[in-house]
Design a protein around this ligand. Sequence first.
Ligand code: SR1
Ligand code: MG
Length: 407
Amino acid sequence: MRDFTTTYFTMNEKDMLEYVRTRLSYFSVDAELTCQEIGDGNLNYVFRIIDTKSNKSLIVKQAGPVARISDEFKVSPDRNRIESEILTLQHELAPGFVPKMYHYDPIMNCCAMEDLSDHEIMRTALLKYRKFPLFADHITTFMVNTLLLTSDIVMGHKEKKEQVKQFTNPELCEITEDLVFTEPFIDHPRNDVFEGSKEFIQENIWGDQELLLETAKLKFEFMTNTQSLLHGDLHTGSIFIKEDSTKVIDPEFAFYGPIGYDIGNVIANLIFAYVHARATIEDESKKTDYMTYLEETIRDIVDLFKDKFDTAWNKKATEPVANYLGFKQHYLATILETAAAVTGLELCRRIIGIAHVKDITSIQDPDKRVEAEKICLSLGKMFILERAWVKNGEDYVKVIREFEQLF
Ligand code: SR1
Ligand code: MG
């Protein structure tokens, strides 16, 4: 018998079966349990436990002491607490858009949650050219509810400051500060550049002083603007989806930061799916059809976010200055500017930095991969430098089309 009550250790599938039987009361005593480790993210271990008798199932996620992607990243397993608390809070703010939490264990640094195996990881689905017509509506409701409702516009300021403390997340934030804002823009030893794109990166990214200056400004905005409780890593690998349902998972990077950070991540990751489709769909009309679907999704996300944010502000703002003439417009404009810049940062960092995305790495033809990378990098740089004029969905679509045609 293993002891799960005194000292933390990382569990294997056998340990997890024993853990579930002895520490949780989710399954009946005569359940016939199987367990598989299914995590393919960069950080954690994810186990699916199924009772083959009743077909009931459960996910248990355990945080290890180092990241899976590289043991250079020593990250406190306490991130599992942040994740459990955030999922519980997000469940209240945006019901139906996150998995249900059943259990959190501060010794073993693991949590048990609803199994979403009838959903699929969105990145994987987009790589198979699947369409999700409700996604823009779902993700904008999720973002407006979780972001506006945790800001000083809606929350009492003392209560909000308590939450800023509760969700201070220095180690995971440091990963983002390094991997998103710093390393990709210099010739850093941790970068992982595809050989065919190296010259383009040297000429267009690493030597550019103007770009460096803007990334410095953005990094300091990320570190100091405690605007709202972010998801913090809202890419298509953090979303489980099926035709009529969207569930946001993996909020372990959550902290109080600038609202535009979450929006920019969603948009950039749809652009990765877009360049993947451009590089891999052979039939021209199918390619155009799928790329148009992704353009429309990006356009809708930006425009629906703006509309829903405006409506929710009018209904829910409690801050007395919120309704001063022009303030809401100013606030939203700064969010959109950050969102455009973060779209650009994410586009660059997933090409140059250590953490890649399958949308790009799965492109088999090296010339097409380089072309896809050049589109992402050129768009990324433009979104960072020209962020002030990207104000609505159509602005995104226009520049994406323009840059896609350059290569
Ligand atoms: C060391 S973690 C690398 C990346 O994986 C996560 O999903 C975040 O995006 C992070 O930047
Ligand atoms: Mg993750």
